[in-house]
Design a binder for this molecule. Structure first.
Ligand SMILES: [Zn+2]
Length: 158
């Protein structure tokens, strides 16, 4: 995507924390991503192409490239947003209590750039029982090339 060329903090390998002033985020990110990631917005239900995606690969933070979720922990929750039951590592996610809108929820933020990703609820499937309900706008997906090949073979494609 073009925005990444102008996004100096985007990296799939760096692990140091990213802290930028809001004005700079505004310059780097598209208005849509900025609204969700930095202003804690919520994308409309059922609008993310990732919501029903079954492609095999890894989901990264669209803001900074931090690895967040593997496709094998993704499940169909029916809630209208991409849902996962487990992050890739402890460095993937930061948890913050969110009492906005009169609800007691736990907000999930990117462990590297503290962008708002979504919320986590305790009604997910085993083994964790958790449902990470994530805005697709702030996810960046990379297909696993090998996994894709196996999938194609299973489905009779060369
Ligand atoms: Zn991030």
């Amino acid at each position: 995507m073009d925005i990444k060329k102008e996004n100096p903090v985007y990296s799939r390998t760096a692990s140091e924390k990213v802290v930028l002033p809001e004005e700079q985020w505004k310059e780097i990110l598209s208005p849509e991503v900025y609204h969700i990631a930095r202003q804690k917005g919520t994308e409309r239900q059922w609008t993310s192409k990732f919501e029903t995606s079954k492609e095999i690969g890894t989901y990264y933070c669209a803001v900074c490239g931090n690895s967040l979720f593997k496709s094998d922990t993704k499940f169909e929750s029916g809630c209208g947003w991409p849902s996962f039951y487990e992050p890739i590592s402890k460095a993937s996610i930061i948890y913050t209590p969110d009492n906005a809108h009169g609800m007691n929820r736990t907000e999930v933020q990117c462990g590297r750039c503290k962008s708002h990703l979504g919320h986590v609820f305790e009604d997910g499937p085993p083994p964790t029982g958790l449902r990470y309900c994530i805005n697709g706008v702030v996810l960046d997906f990379d297909k696993a090339a090998e996994a894709e090949k196996r999938y194609d073979e299973m489905n009779g494609k060369e």
